[in-house]
Design a protein around this ligand. Structure first.
Ligand code: G1P
Ligand code: ZN
Length: 545
């Protein structure tokens, strides 16, 4: 007989979910009651939890397994009817979204700090997704936060740990625990969207080689199953495919800096035709051709322009959506096709309503996130399959496809400069100063740039009318160029300042410039207007993507 216990606790005052769930250092989560308080706050803010189904899994990082055992015991004590948990505690973020939707679960808990490093000194995180499969919207996370500030008890069942390795059902109190294959449902969904036969032909033809680096994170098992087993790519196509608790000591973020081993391969001798990487929880992606990098903003635009070539999207797109800092490359595609392009604040949760209402089919963020209405999260492997499907149909290289795209639509030179771990007060002061400057900029001329508009981005959701203010400073110029400045909502140390730079070039003769060079005068201008380096005491950005 399992005994449900009521444990007294006191609130932690820092359990405010950020851009993507509650993300803290592992040591913070390991404090007595810390995880339990937040999980109980989630349960307390859900209506009708009794007898419902939840999905549970994580990216395999350090503390994943311990957290899963605690959450299972708390779910049982809180009256959850059934929990589907990924084998070994493993579920990627997009797979969780897929499973919530497929089995009409009430929601899901994803244990991940996404691309942040893992291990005892790394980060951990908890995200709650709602019944549409997407991240909880702000009003839900606000309710959780409000609850966490007054919580005084949590419920947990006294029970032995659950075997997470063996597939199948068992019981804990009145709750059924179902250990499910982490990959199967997701793989079926991919198969329903893409032309697997054609991709298989491409990958087994002998004249196309790909390399997928999953950075020792959650997408490894998915990539092995789909690319190597199902689609016939040779063994070894997937690199760093075994999830490790500390991601092998690396930073599981698919960009030019952190996925440098893959970059070296794609820019080296005898490089493969296609390279891709994914992040800690499998929702981000980076796409590379041979000696060629596709910016995430361009990737979204290329997918939108070629969507009709892919079975799951052959009937056309209802609309597209991008986060505000993402480049306007996709806007040009939308304008040409004659569909709406929505501009939302940073964070996938803002796409949910548009996807549910069928106003957008594809969406993306400059931060290596691309996805569609097939789930309610961004989806790394989905993006890779989408590219492979396009390549298989067009029989062109990544570079040819992107260059033709620029020829048709023009090129949006784009880069993001991050200043990581800066002093929080200094960062806030800089944002305050910019905010007060913003109303004075309109019409001003800076060299060749004239300010067309400048504001602190505010978004009114077209479906439910909810308003999100202070989403980042935008300075737009009459030639379509932009400077955007915002503070990260996912960092765990000090503040991270992000400067987004975009410069549009219609002339194909000027599509071969180095990105930083093409943006040089805009970079100088951002510095001139924002006094960024001075304000945060840095000589240069920490990461340039
Ligand atoms: C970052 C990205 C954002 C993404 C989020 C979660 O958030 O900028 O686009 O949705 O991670 O992956 P930020 O740290 O900027 O708040
Ligand atoms: Zn992620």
């Amino acid at each position: 007989m399992n005994i449900s216990q009521q444990i007294s606790t006191t609130p932690f005052l820092d359990q405010k979910p950020g851009t993507s769930g509650l993300r803290k250092a592992v040591t913070v989560f390991q404090q007595p009651h810390y995880l339990e308080n937040f999980i109980q706050s989630i349960f307390d803010s859900l209506e009708d939890l009794q007898g419902q189904t939840l999905v549970l899994g994580g990216d395999g990082r350090y503390y994943n397994r311990q957290a899963i055992q605690i959450i299972l015991k708390m779910a049982a004590a809180n009256g959850v009817g059934r929990i589907k948990v990924g084998q070994g505690g493993i579920l990627s973020t997009p797979a969780t979204s897929c499973i919530i939707r497929k089995y009409q679960a009430l929601g899901g808990i994803i244990l991940s700090a996404s691309h942040n490093p893992g291990g005892p000194d790394g980060d951990f995180g908890v995200k709650y997704n709602i019944s549409n499969g997407g991240p909880a919207p702000e009003k839900v996370t606000e309710a959780m936060y409000a609850r966490s500030k007054v919580i005084d008890r949590y419920q947990i069942l006294e029970a032995p740990d659950v075997d997470l390795e063996t597939l199948g059902e068992s019981r804990m109190g009145d709750m059924v625990i179902e250990v499910i294959d982490s990959v199967e449902d997701y793989e079926k969904l991919m198969e329903s969207l893409f032309d697997f036969d054609r991709i298989r032909q491409l990958l087994t033809s002998g004249n196309f080689r790909m390399c997928m680096d999953t950075l020792h994170a959650v997408a490894g098992p998915y990539a092995h199953a789909i690319f190597e087993q199902r689609l016939g790519a040779p063994a070894g196509t997937v690199r760093s495919g075994i999830p490790l608790e500390d991601f092998g000591g690396g930073h599981p973020d698919p960009n030019l800096v952190y996925a440098h081993e893959l970059v070296d391969i794609l820019y080296g001798e005898n490089a493969p035709d296609f390279g891709a990487a994914s992040d800690g929880d499998g929702d981000r992606n980076m796409i590379l051709g041979r000696k060629f990098f596709v910016t995430p903003s361009d990737s979204l635009a290329v997918l939108a322009a070629n969507a009709k070539l892919v079975p799951g999207y052959s009937s056309g797109l209802a609309g597209v959506a991008r986060s505000m800092p993402t480049s306007q490359a996709v806007d040009r595609v939308a304008a040409q096709i004659g569909i709406e392009c929505y501009e939302t604040p940073t964070g996938w949760k803002f796409f949910g309503n548009l996807l549910d209402a069928n106003k957008a089919t594809l969406c993306g963020e400059e931060s290596f996130g691309t996805g569609s209405n097939h789930v309610r999260e961004k989806d790394g492997l989905w993006a890779v399959l989408f590219w492979l499907n396009i390549i298989a149909v067009r029989q062109q290289s990544v570079e040819q496809i992107v260059r033709e795209h620029w020829k048709t639509y023009g090129r949006n030179y784009y880069s993001r400069h991050d200043y990581e771990g800066v002093d929080t007060d200094q960062a806030n002061t800089l944002m305050e100063n910019l905010r007060s400057l913003v109303p004075t900029l309109k019409g001003k001329q800076f060299g060749k740039y004239q300010v067309e508009y400048s504001d602190d981005f505010s978004y009114t959701d077209p479906i439910d009318g909810s308003v999100s203010n202070k989403q980042g400073i935008r300075i737009g110029f009459t030639d379509g160029s932009r400077i955007v400045v915002r503070l990260s909502g996912t960092g765990t140390q000090g503040a991270t300042l992000r400067i987004y730079l975009e410069n549009y070039e219609s002339d194909p003769a000027k599509h071969d410039l180095d990105t930083q060079q093409a943006l040089a005068s805009l970079i100088t201008l951002a510095e001139q207007i924002g006094q960024i380096r001075n304000s945060v005491g840095r000589e240069q950005p920490t990461v340039i993507t």
